[in-house]
Ligand binder design. Sequence first.
Ligand SMILES: [Zn+2]
Ligand SMILES: [Zn+2]
Length: 124
Amino acid sequence: MLKEMSDPNSELRYRFQCDLCSGPDWFGENLDAPAACTKCGRSPVRYFVADAAYCFLHRTLMRDTYTTSSGFLFAVFTWWGNEHLFPNAKLYMVPVDSDDPKDCITFQFCAMCEQAKQQWLKTV
Ligand SMILES: [Zn+2]
Ligand SMILES: [Zn+2]
């Protein structure tokens, strides 16, 4: 079977993601004026180019990762309500208190967002 011709513009497409609600990812061509989240109407938090994640705020490739556990779902964070200031910081850090490797979650983060979060934490 012949492989379907790929869309010549597909490389220009960005997959946008919103973290601040549970809305679905969406696609766009324009990084400077992307469509807003289809669910909550906010700007994207990150975007993907060929599955590589970038911080939308800083336009940086997020190479770094951190590890946490599912306990983050139940944690109370001081930054709540301010996450738009550093949307790709290490927001969901909780101590990995389990030896279960299945309860080990890896997130990508943006170093510049993390720096902004550290700065912000000093002010609270
Ligand atoms: Zn949203
Ligand atoms: Zn960032």
